[in-house]
Every structure is written in structure tokens, then in C-alpha cells.
Design a protein around this ligand. Structure first.
Ligand code: HEM
Length: 443
């Protein structure tokens, strides 16, 4: 009640509704005119994709907006993005915290912060090494075989079908198998408890009026939303928690050689081991290029000891990564790639020839051979992700005051990488609306 009283007193003076909205101007950053309480919420009426392109068109590659009272600085300039994500990354390791993340999702690396993020990232980087991914290949192939068998049946029937639905089933099967140690065929068993709970997980969203209230009055609404009972959320968390805990208990009783080699097991194996990687080693792009060209030998650093082993809650949180960071990304990328290949038959033919040739050479391909042996597939996926990036915006929070290419950034500011706007900028990508995998051909 105290915060309501303070709020009402301030609002009588007309202060609360507009007080947050002078910060962008003070920083000299262009932005749409905000409305009292809601900021620029109405600017995003058509959704974030369209509005991000519009924001860049109207206000340039460095601009801003307010969602409710929260200020965002948007950047779609490659050199600036590089400053944030590479050169000055140690000041930007945290993503934006909404305060609404609940366990076990809050324990996933996507929401961990500071030192703990770095430690868990070290564990996960080890679990995603090429050797470990190679171990996961048989599990992913199993789900892929089910998908292919179904696609062949669809093609033979000659009838129209929903390919995105097929990819969603495939992604569900992979997540269940790799992250939750559970085998399902979600297409033929849509009522399987895992499949049902996944569906509910993705249907869950905050009702719009409540979202507006949370954005406009965060200091009151966020703590309130955290304590209000939510049966749906509790049931979902309960289900996934119980599932993982049961699998962990089973694995603990099994001998090492009996354990299923999945992502869950890899995290369990690495939960307390010192990690050989730190924040300076998280440059995946450099890593990929160095293994491709074999130019740079891997750097030797002293192992980093975890300040405390991963708790069971944290392990459950990491399994959720596959649901929150992997599932939709994979299903959407496959759907868009299929659409782009179907509408560009020349590219499809070229890709088919490459895959057929690869299959002749590699009967049972290993993870590492994929990158070397399928360059055109790599280009097709890169071009699909350029045109339809599933993560078309993501954020970083400045830990301390800093400057990014001359722009002052106060501590706590949220920077948004406008990936979609950058990918469709004709200055960097000529004729950005045309699907052209050749853009990525190496010289
Ligand atoms: C086409 C597929 C995918 C795309 C386009 C994609 C894209 C991205 C992007 C842009 C980020 C950076 C977000 C940020 O920094 O805030 C990210 C982070 C992440 N992604 Fe993916 N992703 C894909 C698939 C997956 C899959 C299959 C998994 C896991 C199974 C995964 C796990 C993660 C994790 C754990 C992070 C956070 C890493 C960290 O905090 O250091 N992603 N992804």
C-alpha cells in the first residue's frame, strides 16, 4: 500500500506518467514521441518485426524507444554491435531482466547473470563441444528418421500438408530425447504427457491488459505478479521438474556405461568439474573458423573451478534451454528454409545434388564431417537465417557506464540488437528481399 500511496501523490503532480521519458533525449538519441505511462507501446502495434524495420527507417541505426517506463537503445550498426558483443563484452554479459522469470526457467543460462552466468556457460560450452554433439547425433537421427518417413508418406499421397507441424513434432521429439531423457513420437502420440505439457508451455502467455499494466507500473506490478498464484505455471513447472528429477535419480543408480548419452547426462557429468573455458573463450565464430582452417591451435588456460556445483534446480533450468531457446528456433528455421527452397527450385536442385554426393561418400556421417562436406547447405541455412532470423532482436544490459563508439551508455541501460533491421539493410545486403545463398560463397 505504501508504494501505491507514493505513486498517487507523485501522479497528482503529473510526475509519474512522464518522468521516465526524458532519458533518451538527454543522451541525444532519436526516438518516437512517448505517451504517458505506456511510452511507445502503441508503436509496436503491428508486432516487433515490422516496427523494428520502421524504427530504423524513421530514426536511423542508433535510436531508442520506451516500453512502458523502460528505456531501450536500439542498435543495428555492425561496428556498434561488435563493440557490445565482442570488444566490450565483459561489460555486457547480462541480458535484460524483467523480474518475471520463474524457476526453473529463471535458472537457465538465458536468465542467469554475472559470475554464475559465466560459470554455467563454461559447463554448457563443454557440453556443446563437437565431440559431445557427435555423441548426440544418434538420438537426433532417430527423430529425423521418423520425420523423413512421415514426409515420404505425405509426398507419396500427393495431398497438401502442414510442413511446419511436421517440424514442430520433430523438434519436440529431439527436445524430449536429448534434454529430458524421454523418447516420444509426438506426431502419433499427441496425448503423451510430455507432448501435452510442451503444448501448454508454448500456449502460455501474459494477457495483454496485464502486460500493459506491468510495463506501466513495474515497481508495483512485477512484485505482485510474482506472488499471485498461477495454477497453470505451477502445474507445468511441477511436471518438468518431476520428470527431470526422476531421470536424474535413475541415472545416479545406473553404472556409468549404462547411462543414456544425452545432453542431460553431459550436464550431469560436467556439473562439478572444473571448466576449461571462460568468457574470453565464448567466441564461437572464432572457434568455428579456427577448427575449419586449423590455423590456430586451441589455447591452453588453467581450468576454472565452479564456485558451487550445479544444483538439481540449475540442471532442470538448463534442460529448459532446449524448450525456450532451441525448439522454436529449429522448427521455424526448417519451415522457412523449406519455403525458400520450394520457391527457388534452382537452389533446391543444387542442394539436392550436394546432399546426394555427400551421402555417397558418408554412409553414417559424423557431426564434424557435416560442416566440411555440405558447404552449399551451410549457405542455404545462413541465407534463411538472414532473411528470417528467429531471434530477430535480443538485448544486453550495461554493467557500468561506458561509451560505445562515442555514444554515452549509462550503467543499467538495455541495448537491443536489431538483428532483423540489420539483415534487411540494403547497404549491407544488396537486394535484401532476394534469396541468394551465393552471398556466402567463400572466395
Ligand atoms: C536456428 C537455430 C538457432 C538460432 C538462430 C539461435 C540463435 C541464438 C541467438 C541469436 C542467441 C543469442 C541471444 C543473446 O545473446 O541474447 C542464442 C543464444 C543461445 N542459444 Fe540459440 N539459436 C538456435 C538454436 C539453438 C539450439 C538448438 C539451442 C540448444 C539446444 C540453443 C541454445 C542457446 C543458448 C543456450 C543460448 C545462450 C548462450 C549464452 O547465454 O551464452 N540455440 N541463440
Amino acid at each position: 500500500f505504501q508504494s501505491w500511496e507514493i505513486f498517487l501523490k507523485l501522479e497528482k503532480k503529473g510526475w509519474y506518467s512522464t518522468s521516465a521519458f526524458s532519458r533518451l533525449e538527454k543522451l541525444g538519441i532519436r526516438h518516437p514521441k512517448p505517451s504517458p505511462f505506456i511510452g511507445n507501446l502503441t508503436f509496436f502495434r503491428q508486432g516487433f518485426w515490422e516496427s523494428q524495420l520502421e524504427l530504423r527507417r524513421l530514426y536511423g541505426p542508433l535510436c531508442g524507444y520506451y516500453l512502458g517506463r523502460r528505456m531501450f537503445i536500439v542498435i543495428s550498426e555492425p561496428d556498434m554491435i561488435k563493440q557490445v558483443l565482442v570488444e566490450n563484452f565483459s561489460n555486457f554479459t547480462n541480458r535484460m531482466a524483467s523480474g518475471l522469470e520463474f524457476e526453473p526457467v529463471a535458472n537457465s543460462i538465458l536468465f542467469l547473470r554475472d559470475k554464475r552466468w559465466e560459470e554455467v556457460r563454461g559447463v554448457l560450452t563443454a557440453a556443446f563441444s563437437p565431440e559431445k554433439l557427435n555423441e548426440l547425433t544418434p538420438l537426433i537421427s532417430q527423430a529425423c528418421d521418423l520425420l523423413l518417413a512421415h514426409l515420404i508418406r505425405c509426398a507419396e499421397s500427393g495431398a497438401a500438408f502442414d510442413v511446419q507441424r511436421c517440424y514442430c513434432c520433430y523438434a519436440t521429439d529431439v527436445v524430449a530425447s536429448v534434454a529430458f531423457g524421454t523418447e516420444v513420437d509426438s506426431r502419433t502420440a499427441p496425448e503423451h504427457p510430455f507432448v501435452k505439457h510442451c503444448r501448454r508451455f508454448f500456449q502460455f502467455s501474459i494477457p495483454r491488459p496485464l502486460l500493459v499494466l506491468i510495463l506501466s507500473f513495474p515497481s508495483i506490478m512485477v512484485p505482485l505478479a510474482r506472488i499471485l498464484p498461477n495454477k497453470n505455471r505451477d502445474e507445468l513447472n511441477g511436471f518438468f521438474n518431476k520428470l527431470i528429477r526422476t531421470v536424474i535419480a535413475l541415472r545416479d543408480r545406473q553404472a556409468a556405461e549404462e547411462r543414456r548419452r544425452d545432453f542431460l547426462q553431459m550436464v550431469l557429468d560436467a556439473r562439478q568439474s572444473p571448466s576449461p573455458v571462460g568468457v574470453e573463450d565464448f567466441d564461437i565464430v572464432r572457434e568455428v573458423f579456427s577448427t575449419q582452417c586449423k590455423a590456430e591451435p586451441p589455447r591452453q588456460r588453467p581450468p576454472r573451478v565452479l564456485s558451487k556445483p550445479l544444483s538439481v534446480d540449475e540442471i532442470v533450468g538448463q534442460a529448459f534451454i532446449f524448450l525456450i531457446a532451441g525448439y522454436e528456433m529449429v522448427a521455424n528455421t526448417l519451415s522457412f528454409a523449406t519455403y525458400l527452397l520450394a520457391t527457388n527450385p534452382d537452389c533446391q536442385e543444387k542442394l539436392l545434388r550436394e546432399v546426394d554426393l555427400f551421402k555417397e561418400k558418408h554412409v553414417a556421417p559424423e557431426y564434424c564431417s557435416l560442416q566440411e562436406g555440405l558447404p552449399y547447405l551451410d549457405m542455404v541455412i545462413a541465407e534463411t537465417l538472414r532473411m528470417y532470423p528467429p531471434a530477430f532482436r535480443f538485448t544486453r544490459e550495461a554493467a557500468q557506464d561506458c561509451e560505445v563508439l562515442g555514444q554515452r551508455i549509462p550503467a543499467g541501460t538495455v541495448l537491443e540488437m536489431a538483428v532483423g533491421a540489420l539483415h534487411h539493410d540494403p547497404e549491407h545486403w544488396p537486394s535484401p528481399e532476394i534469396f541468394n545463398p551465393e552471398r556466402y560463397r567463400c572466395c
